[in-house]
Structures are given as C-alpha cells and as structure tokens.
Design a protein around this ligand. Structure first.
Ligand code: ZN
Length: 499
C-alpha cells in the first residue's frame, strides 16, 4: 500500500536581515519532520522561502540606497546560504517576487473578487511597520504600543479593499470542531476568543503609499496587502505538484498563528480549495533568561553556533532541549553541555570506541556476509522504537515525536549500547569471544543511527558514508544492517570537544 503524502511548510521569512535564531528554529523543526517523513517513505514536499514584498522591504532598501529588487536578491541568497550551512533539505525555496507567484496571487484575488468577497471601503487603524499589520486600539499595549514590538504605531486612514472574512466565521468554527488537530492546543482558546468578534480584513494598500507589491487585478492603483500575497506562497510554491495539496504540517512562530488559523483558511474557502491539516506554532526564545536584544548584546547567531559546535549540535539543542510550543530559554551553558556530554560523550565516543574495538579485538577489517544477525535480547526492544515512530508519524503527533526522539531514541537507544559494552567488557575477552559481542553492538549502533538520521543528519551521514552503506528507516530491519556494510572504518570522529 502506498504511503500517504506530507506537505510541510515554514513561513516565508522577511529577508530584511540574516536568518536569526527564531527563523532557524522554525526551519530546523520543519526540516526534522521533512527528513523523518522521507525516511518513512512518505511522498514528502518541504517548502520554505522569503516574503519579498511590502513597506518594510521598501524602506530597508531606501535606507541602503538600493532598489527593493537588489535588496531582496541579496537577501534571498543569504537565506539560501544559511539553510545550506544548517543542512536544511527543502524541496523548494519560494520567492514572492517570482512571476509564477505573482500570477497565482492575481488569479486568486480575481476569483475571490468575482465571488463578491472583496469590497472597497475606508480603513482606519493603528499600523505597526515591523509587523506590517494594523491593530485595533484594544489590541495595543498602553501608550498605543505594538503588542509584539513595544514600539509606537501609526494611526492611518486610507481607501482600501476588504476581504469578507467575517462571513466565514461559522464555517471556520465548524472546521476547527471537525478537525481538532488543526489548531495548536496551547493557543486554541486564544484563537476562539478572538473569533467572537471576527471582522473583515483590509487586504490592500494604495500604490502611492506602498509600491513594492502585487497590483490588484481589478484595481491597479492598489497593491495586495502582504499577508494575502504571502500566504499564497504555500500554493504557488507547489508549482505543478498540486497532488501534494493541501498542506499537512505548517510550522510557525506564535505571533503569526492568527493569520494562518483564520485568514488563510477563510481565503481558501472563498477561492474553493481544500484546507490545511495542521497549523503548528512554537513559542518565543529568551537567552539565558533575558529577552534577546541587540542592546543587551545577547543575540544568538545560529550560524555562529553551528560553526563553533556543529550544525547537528544546534539542531539537537533546539529540537530536544526546548519545550516545543511553549516559550523557551536558550541557555549557552545547556548548549555546551548538550554538545560535550550528550553528543560527544554519549554518542560520538561510542561510535569511535566501537569501531576501534572491532579492529583491535576482533582484529578484522572484513565483514562476513552472513545475512541476518540473531539479535541479543537486550537490543530487541529497539524494534519498538521504530514502530512507535511510525505510529506517531502516521497520526501527525508532532508534539510527542520530539520528546520521543530526545528520550527514547537518543538517550535510551544509544544508552542501551553503552550499557551492553560496559556489562560485557569485550576488551577483556579473547578475540573469538569478543567478536560476537561487538557484532551485536555494531548492529545496534547502525540501527539506532538510522533512526537518528532526521535528528542528526550530518553526523549520521558521516557514519553511513564511512561504512559504505546507508539504510533508510522504512526498510530498516534489526539484524540485517551490518551484513550490508562495505567496510568498518578504523576510526570515527563525529564531534569535537568544545572548551
Ligand atoms: Zn509590531
């Protein structure tokens, strides 16, 4: 039976600076799931990209003395470069200045307009340039400050087009009820409360105010409000692969959940498309207990951390040490400890110790091709790890998969091999007695390392290239891997100690 598909997305990021730890976090989480579903042989499509229109880009370009196009070209390459260095395995990097995206946005706008869901009116509201959105007075902090940026907002009155979002309130509520996975449990109440007085939403800006955007097909004097433009990247980014529609897992920070949970499905209902399956929001990060800010000098640069430790360390830390969904604290001390004690001490040392012991004690570089190995009882439970991963993945249980990987697969799975070696002490035995023990341990090591591929892609890729054979999780069979490797490396260094 063919496996189902998974269409996984990150938000498209504002390319007005380098990727920061927040966008790296969302992207690494999404990448973990994309790699996991590929390992399980699901048809997987992983989309990320950049949101290149809007007032903020226009202003940033003016400040740099460049055209908006120049700015977004530079920034798009800097994002691509960052994702390469962090091992992000996207299938498609979408830029909203691509012609095919602009064409699709205009088509959908026309469709929604012809349906009667867009009308012209006067808009008055409080606008935050950094959020690129309007707030009502009661959403603002005392002193008329943006609730996210804590900066003053501007009061504006403009001619604009509105999308009849309020019309879809009951349909949205019914969708939430019938699809309990759609909203993240932690933010569900908040969304439902805001739904109580759902209003229509302004979806345009006059060209004389913002020229850097997609013109409305029914009024060229207005450009599409960035959200209407940006959200449609999830459709234009599929190109001709609409068989992946609708999105299965859409990852984002909690600040943009509202647009994904309300505006986005309302747009899709209006335009006549199937709705996404899950919107998944994570919290914000503080650093060592303090809000991250340039003035405090505590901004964490994901690329710097990946350079100093390793890309896998950054990934391991973000995926296993932060409470997914809640706000989390980035602790440099915990980061270093995770690298030195867990990745190097628990896993990296095991890898090197195992292959060195094999060559020293068993004394052979050749592996006998003898088919499936009878697996020691203490490793038999490893098979239940794979079964559990398959089960959690099938039900899209993102919240359980991350701690399961951290505790059961990495800690306990790798721990079982360390415990086995410490108990059997093969280094004290005659080569003929040591060899079967090391075979068991190597087999278990390759098995667990295969499961760990989505969590530690760079290290596991190094392992499998040095063994000359790379299994994937869907084909993994305990006892059948060691016989397929081409060689056993003489040494295997996965992580370097960082002082
Ligand atoms: Zn703001």
């Amino acid at each position: 039976m063919a496996k189902p598909k998974r269409f996984i997305t990150t938000p498209i990021y504002y390319p007005n600076s380098r990727p920061h730890i927040g966008s790296a976090y969302t992207t690494i989480v999404a990448d973990f799931f994309a790699r996991l579903y590929r390992e399980l042989a699901y048809g997987t499509y992983f989309l990320t990209g950049v949101d290149e229109h809007g007032e903020k880009i226009q202003k940033a370009a003016e400040a740099k003395g460049e055209t908006p196009q120049q700015l977004v070209d530079e920034m798009a390459s800097s994002f691509k470069d960052a994702w390469k260095r962090l091992g992000i395995s996207y299938n498609r990097f979408i830029r909203t200045t691509e012609k095919s995206h602009e064409k699709l946005v205009r088509e959908i706008l026309m469709k929604v307009y012809e349906k009667g869901d867009i009308y012209k009116d006067v808009y008055e509201g409080y606008y935050c340039v950094s959020c690129e959105r309007y707030y009502t007075e009661k959403e603002l902090l005392p002193g008329l400050l943006c609730p996210y940026h804590h900066k003053p907002v501007e009061k504006k009155r403009i001619d604009a087009y509105f999308f009849r979002m309020a019309k879809y309130r009951d349909e949205l509520l019914a969708y939430y009820r019938e699809n309990p996975q759609f909203l993240p449990p932690k933010y569900k109440e908040e969304i439902l409360n805001k739904m109580k007085d759902l209003k229509d939403i302004c979806i345009s800006r006059p060209v004389n105010q913002v020229s850097w955007g997609i013109r409305l097909p029914f009024d060229e004097e207005h450009v599409a409000y960035v959200w209407f433009d940006a959200l449609l990247n999830y459709m234009s980014g599929l190109d001709d692969k609409m068989q992946f529609w609708p999105p299965d897992l859409q990852f984002m920070g909690k600040d943009i959940l509202w647009f994904h949970a309300v505006l986005w499905p309302a747009m899709l209902i209006s335009a006549g498309f199937a709705l996404p399956k899950r919107e998944i929001a994570h919290g914000f990060l503080t650093v060592d207990g303090k809000k991250m800010s340039k003035s405090l000098g505590n901004v964490v640069d994901p690329l710097e951390m990946a350079e100093k430790y390793s890309a896998d360390t950054l990934r391991y830390y973000l995926l296993t040490k932060l409470p997914f969904g809640d706000d989390g604290d980035f602790s440099r001390a915990v980061f270093k400890e995770a690298h030195n004690s867990e990745l190097l001490g628990h896993y990296g040392n095991l890898a090197n110790r195992l292959v060195k012991l094999w060559h020293r004690v068993a004394g052979k570089a050749e592996i006998e091709q003898e088919g499936k190995l009878a697996v020691d009882e203490c490793f038999a439970k490893l098979e239940s790890l794979k079964a559990k991963i398959e089960e959690l993945a099938a039900s899209n249980d993102v919240e359980s998969l991350l701690p399961f990987y951290a505790n059961d697969v990495f800690m306990d799975g790798v721990g079982a091999i360390n415990a086995y070696l410490n108990e059997k002490e093969p280094w004290r035995l005659e080569p003929s007695e040591a060899e079967p023990i090391l075979r068991q341990a190597l087999e278990a090591f390759l098995y667990v390392s295969t499961l760990l591929k989505p969590l530690l892609p760079a290290s596991t890729s190094k392992i499998f290239s040095s063994f000359g054979y790379e299994p994937c999780v869907s084909e993994l069979e305990l006892g059948a891997t060691l016989s397929k490797v081409k060689t056993i490396p003489k040494e295997l260094f996965l992580f370097k100690r960082v002082e």
